[in-house]
Design a protein around this ligand. Sequence first.
Ligand code: FES
Length: 336
Amino acid sequence: MNYQIALSFEDGVTRFIEATGEETVADAAYRQGINIPLDCRDGACGTCKCMAESGRYDLGEEYVEDALSEEEVEQGYVLTCQMRAESDCVLHVPASSDVCKTAQASYEASISAVRQLSDSTIALSIKGEALSKLAFLPGQYVNLKVPGSEQARAYSFSSLQKDGEVSFLIRNVPGGLMSSFLTSLAKNGDSMTLAGPLGSFYLRDIKRPLLLLAGGTGLAPFTAMLEKIAEQGSDYPLHLIYGVTNDFDLVEMDKLETLATRIANFTYSACVANAESNYPHKGYVTQHIEPKHLNDGDVDVYLCGPPPMVEAVSGYIREQGIAPVNFYYEKFAASA
Ligand code: FES
């Protein structure tokens, strides 16, 4: 049986390999040209130690306590020269992709749909045969090259990959390089190049309730995560609070409604910060976090939004005297 192993490197690059249940993950990586740092290959030195962020695996029996302590095992560390996968896994490798003799992959695709959802938001879909081989963890991003320039912009996937097609939610920045291309030049069939996947903001195994907080186009990684959750289900409650500045920034509400019908434990709300708004829920996301969403700290919080929002939410949670089990966040700022 083959399993998919995501190797997430220190520099944000992620590569995917296949591993059979019989081979060690280090052997599988080497077979596919990725040199996870190794020394003894015997479970004695600890050089190949990685953090397993999700998945089931056999640790092996040959390693010594000095290389991997019981406490480290409890924390999720593994020795890749001993470990054999028993499901798909995500491993954090404490080395750069460069050191491991790999790099981010690049793909060619073409525009399959570009739609201005509102004055502030553009939905872009791209498709291509090469993309059918693109694997990423929901929540991750890629660098999309702006056609006609040498510059690239980072965007989170807003969907899973399906039949070689992926989608993005892009903030329309007046005068912005990508925004100008998408609003005035782009047409279906235009070529685009993307490089990645990248980033450590991705959905982990769901082991407790989740609180998802999205600011503006920071909604994108959550729609990708929720699509994945819709496929696999969740035994725990998930609540999303989606905050925007103006009424016209509120997009993809129909998609959230559909996801809420597909995911039994999923609820969501949205709020608009502008005091002039006609939307029934006003204010910032912090004003809509209820004690039950923080579950006395037994919660994993995921947050994607502009830097001030990340600071505000971190401060708010601290003020409540609560320390979530995990707090994952992604700050983004639009490039002009
Ligand atoms: Fe020495 Fe794995 S390489 S413990």
